[in-house]
Design a protein around this ligand. Structure first.
Ligand code: ZN
Length: 309
């Protein structure tokens, strides 16, 4: 038995498979990302607590002798165990290593992959169909988000995906759709572009705001920033059914049908569900980067095909 295994046995440390499972669940609870393990990192203590490790177990260390440098290096047994479990998960392609994640996010973190996400759902007995609604950003989804936010604005833009011949739902299209959602709501700072509403669930895990396709997805509208907008549920609905639209300068136009609503309809108390949110310059809230604001070709299509004049 190796020196390390002897120590693990001596301190009655959890077995590696159990630590792997705890890591996957922990990644899930932290939206798919956890920091590299180091002293003082909260995650190290958090997972230790999930095993109710005592002080001795947390502080046990092993000594490695570096003969060439003539020194002894001490490392915490618990950190080593965490690292070995994470390394094994990376070998199974359930997480990405900090060196890989760094190339994408500039942060040294362990990140859940799509495969790891599926395993987390299995451990937590959550149906796979929930995937679209959960706030977990896997490595693959993170890659889509980065691409969407950094790709340069095309000179000639067609909001329709002409290459998409069928409505076949593939794993790639699902990842792309989730990436689109994250990229849009992050770019709009989790706010409704129309009314500015920004609110999350009491557990702080999900945001109310939705990513909207200007040319709808069902009509082959593209999953990119130029065909997207963040809106709260009420204003998402109002935009999709044509109660309001946007001009090329992002100012709002409201349907004249609004004047024919029955008395008492479309109001919160004294406030109108659309008119009370129109500011003086009547423009919507947009991301700081002009490059990723909606394209006029998408808006023009909405004005001509969805909006009720
Ligand atoms: Zn709104």
């Amino acid at each position: 038995m190796s020196y390390e295994s002897e120590l693990l046995k001596l301190y009655k440390m959890p077995i590696r498979k159990e630590v792997e499972k705890a890591l996957i669940i922990s990644l899930y609870n932290h939206s798919g990302i956890i920091k590299e393990f180091g002293s003082g990192e909260e995650i190290v203590d958090e997972i230790a607590s999930s095993f109710s490790l005592n002080e001795k177990q947390r502080e046990a260390y092993l000594e490695t002798v570096y003969r060439k440098e003539n020194r002894v290096k001490k490392s915490y047994l618990w950190h080593r165990l965490l690292f070995r479990a994470a390394d094994s998960l990376a070998n199974q392609n359930l997480v990405t290593r900090p060196t890989v994640t760094f190339r994408l996010t500039n942060n040294k973190e362990w990140m859940l992959t799509e495969k790891g996400f599926d395993v987390a759902l299995k451990h937590l007995k959550i149906p796979k169909t929930e995937k679209d609604f959960l706030p977990i950003k896997s490595y693959e989804v993170q890659k889509v988000v980065k691409k969407l936010k950094t790709i340069s604005r095309p000179r000639v833009y067609n909001p329709f995906d002409e290459e998409k011949k069928t409505q076949l739902i593939t794993i790639e299209s699902k990842i792309r759709k989730r990436g689109f959602r994250f990229a849009i709501v992050e770019a709009y700072d989790y706010k409704c572009a129309f009314c500015g509403m920004k609110i999350n669930s009491p557990d702080a895990k999900t945001w109310e705001v939705e990513a909207v396709h200007i040319v709808p997805h069902r009509l082959r509208g593209k999953d990119d920033m130029w065909n997207g907008l963040a809106l709260c549920r009420l204003h998402h609905w109002a935009f999709d059914v044509g109660w309001f639209t946007l001009l090329d300068d992002y100012s709002v136009r409201i349907s004249s049908k609004i004047n024919f609503l029955p008395i008492g309809a479309g109001k919160f108390g004294e406030s109108h569900f659309l008119e009370s949110f129109i500011k003086e310059e009547s423009k919507i809230f947009l991301p700081k980067e002009k490059e990723i604001c909606p394209h006029k070709n998408s808006l023009c299509w909405h004005r001509e095909n969805i909006f009720y004049k």
